[in-house]
Design a protein around this ligand. Structure first.
Ligand SMILES: [Zn+2]
Ligand SMILES: [Zn+2]
Length: 63
């Protein structure tokens, strides 16, 4: 597997996921939370976006 770089902290990692709110690829430690919606779509929110009240609220309202 290729080494990827976290777009939030710059760390090199094998595992990144895209934040649904800022569209950055973030590593595990930058992910604030993630959830699966209807078992088809995984929604990730990074720590930066979780600090944004509007985005955090949107995340919490996603089902
Ligand atoms: Zn990171
Ligand atoms: Zn984000």
């Amino acid at each position: 597997m290729m080494i990827k770089r976290c777009e939030r902290c710059g760390r090199e990692t094998h595992f990144v996921e895209k934040c649904a709110f800022c569209n950055k690829y973030v590593c595990r430690s930058c992910e604030h939370a993630a959830k699966n919606i209807r078992k088809v779509r995984r929604i990730v929110i990074c720590k930066t976006c979780f600090g944004d009240a509007a985005k955090m609220k949107k995340y919490e309202n996603m089902k």
